[in-house]
Design a protein. Structure first.
Length: 665
């Protein structure tokens, strides 16, 4: 069904009346701001001072930049301009109107025709109707930041027989690549490589206003001898990429003594004992089977090649090595708290129970290769040599250990751009030198060298939108969101959830599971949670903190209390619990407890969702109760006005767990 045809005509209204009348007894059940499709979105060019500029791919004509902050890491804070370019595709010729909410100046052009042009802090009037042709229509939007306050814009459209809503992301397409966009993508890639490979750990970067990623850690060496096996550590030190193609750790030892030196370091590291793993009985078939169910229900295959399977994706982490890697009895402890010794680890915390962790460990171990019986040296000279290598080879620049770091190299400020073709970035690695070998591709080296040619001040500009986009991409969020039941499409999350609630959910602080009937659960990324939550909201044009609302309108809330009931209402209680008041007639599709909804959902999203949930999620079982004119069958309440009825429900829901139960028959 096309974008101009997603709400049908009067026949559907008759169907809605039928649905509503039945509801009481039988309810229905580069640098890109990433999108699901790399062709989706718009090219967004930022500029300031009429000189400096940057180009990214944005999902829509959305933007939020806090007053005085930078819209991109490569521009200074202050006044800026933004220009979106691309095309807007519709399935058939039709008329549309447009509206925006903004603080600043906006000019919107479609097929060269000016549709909106205004400077304001608020909501614009609805534009004159504009006819879009079938297929691609050129779109250009220009925005100038305001003199005061945060800069923001959120553009909406209204198709025929529908209501004002965001333009679907899949209707927007980026233009052809330009030399400027190609260069900008290279700079962003170089900066990302610099951060992800922890370059500033050796080449000390800025300390004042440093962005969060400059503090990213690596696995702690404290007590590592009780967590990892000697042979695995030895082979990992020798060549990390041979063990894991996506490894960020460099090959630090070269030459004829590399293998011997790796063994010395490994022997020293396994001598650093901490809490020993708990002894466990050999796993039985029942435990292994239960562990496989845990693996599948948590969708671990989104990031890992399934053990015992045929999939061999080098971008995913293999699990055949878990017995070789983890000391006996420690895999279960790692699964319980992956970030215990590595705060910025990408492996999330699923808040497993001890039983679940033991079951999952049993399953993984049952499919893993058996470790080699290779003993670490206990010779004092070998251990002392390994200790010295740890101190002098750069290990302690990333890994923490209560030991003097004797490795030193030039600070970032002292590395001239022309030096970024040597050492770590040499085209041909020096097998006898001391420089770490990262196995960068030619494209990677070019990107890092392009980044070197900047003033590198981007390392002091934390841009929440850029952080959230990059981190959610690296964490593979789209491998679950939009693909499995209960995982909302990733493209809507930032405009759906309040950032305060998102932060507690992403960090694992929240003890409430919104959809308790699902086996799947949200993984926790504690170090990244706040930045991701704020950045996702800002990508959608919303502030990083939800603005305070006026007190609850208790008169409207009383109306909402009736509207959610099965006594003259929409019978929302058939599927949705309300605090301790359980849903009355759930068949195939439960709904989220309304006591949680007020703290979760942004006001604009809730209005759009209740108005027509199927426009947002075509697979939802939630019925549509309002027609194209914004009227419901309940004409005795606010004359059937959709916006007023939905707002009454929202005011009722804002009471959270203090909501009084709805009336019952």
């Amino acid at each position: 069904m096309g974008t101009s045809d997603r709400l049908s005509g009067k026949n559907r209204w008759r169907l809605l009346i039928a649905i509503a009348s039945l509801a009481a007894v039988a309810p229905a059940s580069g640098q890109t701001l990433s999108t699901a499709n790399p062709d989706q979105g718009l090219s967004l060019t930022y500029s300031s001072d009429g000189k400096a500029s940057d180009v990214v791919i944005a999902p829509n004509v959305w933007l939020y930049v806090e007053n005085g902050k930078s819209p991109t890491p490569f521009l200074t804070g202050g006044k800026f301009n933004a220009v979106w370019d691309g095309s807007l595709t519709v399935d058939k010729r039709a008329n549309y109107t447009f509206q925006a909410e903004l603080n600043g100046a906006l000019k919107l052009e479609l097929n060269g025709q000016v549709v909106l042009e205004i400077t304001t802090n608020g909501v614009t009037e609805i534009s004159q109707s504009v006819q879009l042709k079938k297929g691609a229509n050129t779109l250009k939007a220009q925005f100038g930041s305001p003199n005061q306050g945060d800069a923001f814009v959120r553009l909406k459209w209204q198709p025929k027989d529908s209501f004002m809503q965001p333009i679907p992301i899949d209707a927007l397409k980026i233009p052809a690549e330009t030399p400027e966009s190609k260069q900008a993508a290279m700079l962003h890639h170089g900066r990302e490589l610099f951060l992800e490979f922890r370059c500033a750990k050796c080449h000390a970067g800025p300390t004042k206003d440093a962005i969060p990623e400059l503090s990213m850690d690596a696995p702690s060496f404290e007590g590592i001898g009780s967590r990892r096996n000697y042979d695995w550590i030895t082979r990992w030190i020798q060549d990390p990429k041979a063990m894991r193609p996506t490894a960020h750790m460099p090959k630090v030892l070269h030459g004829p003594k590399a293998k011997e030196d790796a063994g010395s370091i490994a022997s020293y590291l396994v001598s650093l004992k901490g809490e020993a793993g708990k002894a466990s009985a050999a796993p039985n078939e029942e435990q292994v089977g239960a562990g496989q169910k845990v693996f599948e229900s948590l969708h671990c295959a989104a990031c890992h090649n399934p053990p015992g399977g045929t999939e061999a994706d080098d971008k995913k982490i293999y699990l055949k090595q878990v017995q070789e890697k983890f000391a006996p009895g420690t895999l279960s402890a790692f699964l319980l708290k992956p970030n215990a010794h590595y705060a910025w680890i990408r492996m999330p915390n699923f808040k497993l129970s001890q039983e679940e962790a033991d079951q999952l460990a049993a399953f993984l171990n049952s499919k893993a290769d058996k470790p080699k019986e290779v003993a670490a040296s206990t010779d004092a000279a070998v251990l002392e040599h390994g200790k010295k290598l740890v101190q002098t080879s750069g290990c302690l620049s990333c890994h923490t250990l209560k030991l003097d770091n004797q490795f030193s190299t030039k600070a970032l400020a002292d590395l001239a751009a022309d030096k970024w073709k040597q050492g770590c970035l040499a085209e041909k690695p020096d097998d006898v030198g001391k420089s770490p070998q990262y196995s960068f591709t030619a494209e990677d080296r070019e990107a890092l060298q392009a980044f070197a040619a900047t003033d590198r001040s981007s390392l002091t500009r934390h841009v929440p939108t850029e952080f959230a986009d990059r981190q959610t991409r690296l964490l593979n969020c789209r491998e679950c969101h939009g693909k499995f039941e209960g995982f909302p499409a990733f493209d809507i999350v930032g405009g759906k959830l309040k950032p305060e609630w998102s932060k507690t959910f992403i960090s694992g602080e929240s003890t409430v599971k919104p959809r308790p009937w699902l086996e799947a659960r949200m993984p926790a990324f504690s170090e990244r949670a706040e930045g991701i939550a704020k950045g996702l909201a800002m990508i959608h044009g919303y502030p990083s903190e939800t603005p305070a609302e006026p007190p609850i309108d208790m008169e409207m809330a009383k109306v909402g209390q009736k509207l959610v009931s099965s006594v003259g209402g929409f019978s929302c209680v058939s599927c949705h619990s309300i605090g301790q008041f359980g849903a009355t007639q759930v068949f195939e599709s439960a709904g989220i407890n309304f006591a949680l909804t007020g703290s979760r959902l942004m006001k604009p999203f809730m209005h759009r969702w209740v108005r027509n949930p199927q426009l947002i999620d075509a697979t939802t079982k939630m019925p549509v109760y309002f027609d194209e004119e914004g009227k419901s069958p309940l004409a005795d309440v606010y004359g059937g006005d959709a916006e007023k009825q939905i707002e009454a429900i929202r005011q009722y829901i804002r009471q959270g767990d203090k909501m009084p139960p709805p009336p019952t028959p």
